[in-house]
Ligand binder design. Structure first.
Ligand code: ADP
Length: 444
């Protein structure tokens, strides 16, 4: 304003003084008035242009004039550009921050002081079935309609989390969520959700496993302690005593096999996946399997204690002409579990065929039997720990209920899978399918 007045005064003086000098005071006054008028119009026009320039969106447009006003406008321009940069940097930081929360595996929902949704990441959307745009400003309790959540939300203090069902995505099972509210800012709430389905499942599996192991150990222990009591309290004939001791040995053996299988499982779980540097002695392995099969089939025939040789037709195809890469002890354990199952579940006179074969994408070890077969509803659960179709046959023949679980674990560790084909009344084929990376052609 001061600059404008000064400009006006100087301009007027520059015009009026020479006129006063050459003509007179009246003419000078007239000239001064005219000059002031022209300058005032000029100043108004300039102010209007500055205002227009300032109000336009793009402050990078060069200034349309020079002089004092230009300097002032230039400074304003610089200041505004600085502010613009700061705002852009702040916006970028906010975007990074939101992207980081978006990437979080946990659900994050920001609620205002009334509990209305201000923002949520995509994990929260899928956990709670929210729509990040449509549900904005909706009250969270109106959208998450679980009574557990409503009660929790109504509490004054949210010290700990609550567990509730999440929103199931189409076919998947209902997820379990851990949900916790945290106060922040001026009464706002941060709602954190975490998918704990696998933790809950693992917990349930651990409980089941401990219960199963306890049950499996308790049964032979009860039988054993019963026999011990009988031997201690009743005087028995030598022959009778021997019969009791024989029965006790069977129970002790059963516990030993169970402990051995449990140890095998825990070793499998605790060790690194097998590398590709150990070559398995397949011919040696196959002949050991065949010898064990003959022994087992012979034992099963001799209930009267007398061995009569194998009661099954055992067919072992010759060992393959390529090498297998993996851990020999693990593979022996998996293969012998399949062979011993075939012998134990196939009635005398049945045929058991054991063979290796090459496929385009690897190799298959298969054990086929002409036993009772397994109905389809049992097949998906067969390799679960302690799952048995024929409980009494399994116990009678010294089964632990862990054989197929071990076989599956071993083959999976070698990058393969356990496949089962079975038809009731016709027999079963159990296969260890191994990938091509585990096969090596023999050079000699
Ligand atoms: P088990 O020690 O009881 O044999 P497994 O894990 O080896 O435990 O096998 C699980 C169940 O699968 C067995 O209890 C049995 O009911 C069934 N099964 C396994 N192999 C055969 C087979 N060859 N024929 C019929 N049933 C079988």
């Amino acid at each position: 304003m001061l600059v404008s007045l000064l400009e006006l005064f100087l301009g007027t003086a520059v015009v009026a003084l020479p006129v006063w000098w050459w003509t007179g005071l009246t003419e000078a006054a007239m000239a001064a008035l005219l000059a002031a008028l022209v300058l005032a119009v000029f100043l108004i026009w300039k102010t209007y242009r500055i205002e227009r320039w300032l109000s336009q969106a793009d402050l990078h447009t060069p200034l349309p004039w020079t002089g004092v006003w230009s300097e002032i406008a230039h400074r304003i321009q610089r200041l505004l550009r600085q502010r613009e940069k700061q705002a852009a940097a702040a916006e970028q930081r906010l975007q990074y921050f939101l992207q980081a929360i978006q990437a979080s595996p946990n659900g994050v929902t920001l609620l205002d002081a009334q509990g209305r949704i201000e923002w949520c990441n995509s994990t929260a959307s899928s956990h709670l079935g929210l729509d990040a745009r449509r549900d904005l400003n909706q009250h969270i309790v109106h959208l998450v309609r679980d009574p557990i959540f409503s009660k929790y939300f109504a509490l004054d203090v949210h010290d700990s989390d609550v567990v509730m069902d999440g929103r199931a995505s189409s076919l998947a099972q209902t997820p379990k969520l851990s949900v916790q509210l945290h106060a922040y800012g001026e009464g706002q709430l941060l709602l954190l959700t975490r998918d704990i389905t696998s933790v809950t499942l693992a917990d349930a599996m651990r409980r089941d496993f401990v219960a199963n192991v306890s049950h499996e150990i308790r049964t032979p222990l009860t039988v054993l302690s019963g026999f011990v009591e009988t031997l201690q309290s009743i005087p028995l004939e030598d022959a009778e005593k021997q019969r009791y001791l024989q029965l006790m040995a069977v129970q002790a053996e059963r516990m030993q096999s169970l402990v051995a299988d449990l140890l095998t499982l825990s070793q499998l779980e605790g060790s690194l996946p097998p590398g590709l540097y150990e070559k398995v002695d397949l011919p040696g392995l196959m002949s050991r399997l065949a010898a064990d099969a003959v022994a087992l089939s012979s034992v099963l025939s001799g209930h009267d204690g007398e061995e009569r040789g194998p009661v099954h037709d055992l067919v072992f195809e010759p060992a393959p002409r390529w090498a297998l890469l993996g851990v020999q002890s693990e593979l022996l354990s998996a293969m012998s579990n399949l062979v011993s199952n075939a012998i134990r579940y196939t009635p005398a006179g049945g045929v058991i065929r054991v063979a290796w074969s090459r496929t385009t994408d690897g190799a298959i070890f298969s054990v086929s039997d002409t036993g009772p077969g397994i109905s389809p509803e049992h097949l998906p659960r067969l390799s679960e720990r302690f799952y048995r179709v024929d409980r009494s046959r399994s116990r009678e023949t010294g089964g632990t209920g862990l054989g197929l679980a071990i076989a599956k674990h071993v083959v999976q560790r070698h990058g393969g899978e356990l496949r089962i084909q079975s038809e009731v009344g016709k027999g079963s084929t159990f296969m260890l399918v191994l990938p091509a990376s585990r096969i090596e052609a023999l050079t000699d």
